[in-house]
Design a protein around this ligand. Structure first.
Ligand code: GMT
Length: 373
């Protein structure tokens, strides 16, 4: 049994989900898990006797212009390392979490190993602003082991930072007990969707990089040929623009804005096709969630996406901004029941084999033991 600390942004999309699911799985394997985060990870719904949560508290001292969150986190990490005698501190994101972990390791008396997982956002930040380049590089190089969620993210990190550190690919996974296709035709009815209508779905945090306008334009073309509805799940900065575009295209009756939803499995279970047309995506966890629920995906040839979606087998890969091709492929697939069924099965098989949660959790465990030896 090992004692493992985990730090992530508990409420931020895929990285928070992966960090939490990994913590749960490690706890189920008998390890003792200590989440060191700003709030309770949102997937932590059940009580586990060997999972502990240490909240990073932030007092607002009038003397500081900005509350020093990173220092509060490092202090909390050092405290937990010493008190709980952590073997491993696994942090998600080099900036700020790996940097905080390095500071905590320096402060703590107990020896701990730091494992950092890169999710891509560090690289996105660097693409916009170089200020933090040295900081991120330091966070990576001073970690005892570093993983990234796709081979493309390893390539990008090496290219942008010239890091002197081996970065291992460990893909993301989904909890197969949570993500599987349900037979719930009544849900379609409840949303006012006819039996014969196809359902296209998009799930994201509606950030600009998710290119919501491309999703809507693609669907606009699809619905002109195939009777269908678009489910837009999520919320974020691009929400208003998306609503306006839907109005402008006069497809308000065909597009359902459902906001943030907890039960993604049920919504995927009534969907026939998933669109993810992002301009940046180190992995695209939502694609894997869709595949586990037997939904083929059309996604862009960006970042780690082609490592998740197998072009022409579990869905299609299109170039960024090519909504015409995305729509043509979507129409062809939705109009061909046999092919659609084959793609759905291929998607499920790929999710269960290539991204099998047990084998991925095992890869992390092996890495921990390697680092400790
Ligand atoms: O994409 C986001 O806006 C959220 C971000 C996160 O921190 O969860 O997602 C990143 O990590 C996910 C989990 O590894 C990946 O599936 C996403 O592709 C990645 N996002 C980007 O690279 C833009």
């Amino acid at each position: 049994m090992k004692k493992i600390g985990i730090t992530c942004y508990p409420t931020v999309g895929g990285s928070g989900v992966i960090a939490t699911e990994l913590g749960i799985r490690l706890a189920e394997e008998g390890h003792e898990i200590h989440f060191i985060t700003s709030s309770l990870p949102f997937r932590l719904n059940k009580v586990y006797p060997n999972i502990f949560y240490h909240e990073v508290e932030l007092n607002h001292y009038p003397v500081f212009q900005y509350p020093p969150y990173d220092l509060a986190l490092a202090t909390k990490m050092a405290e937990v390392i010493d008190r709980e005698k952590l073997d491993i501190l696994h942090v998600h994101y080099a900036m700020p979490h790996a940097v905080c972990a390095i500071l905590a390791r320096d402060i703590a008396k107990h020896e701990v190993k730091i494992v950092t997982t890169l999710h891509g956002t560090d690289i996105t930040v660097l693409g916009i602003d170089n200020t933090f380049q040295k900081m991120i590089k330091h966070g990576i190089e001073q970690s005892d082991a570093v993983t990234a969620v796709s081979a493309d993210l390893v390539r990008q990190t090496e290219e942008m930072l010239q890091v002197n550190k081996e970065i291992e690919v460990i893909y993301n996974f989904v909890n197969e007990n949570e993500y599987y296709k349900q037979h719930i035709p009544e849900l379609k009815k409840q949303y006012g969707i006819q039996d014969e209508e196809k359902v296209v779905i998009h799930i994201s945090n509606f950030r600009k990089v998710k290119r919501l306008e491309d999703v809507i334009q693609t669907f606009f073309k699809i619905q002109s040929e195939v009777q269908s509805k678009l489910l837009l799940i999520g919320d974020g900065p691009e929400y208003t623009n998306a609503v306006q575009l839907v109005k402008k295209l006069n497809i308000e009756d065909e597009v359902l804005f459902l906001g943030k939803q907890k039960n993604i499995r049920d919504l995927l279970s009534i969907s026939d096709l998933k669109l993810l047309l992002s301009e940046k995506e180190s992995f695209g966890l939502v694609l894997l969630e869709a595949m586990a629920c037997e939904v083929p995906c059309i996604a862009t040839n960006i970042g780690g996406i082609p490592e998740v979606v197998n072009d022409g087998e579990t869905g299609y890969i299109v170039e960024l901004g090519d909504t015409k091709r995305a729509a043509a492929l979507g129409i062809e697939l939705l109009q061909d029941p046999e092919k659609l069924e084959q793609f759905s099965q291929n998607a499920l098989n790929r999710a269960n084999s290539y991204f099998n949660s047990e084998s991925i959790v095992q890869q992390y465990i092996e890495l921990y033991y390697r680092v400790l030896n």
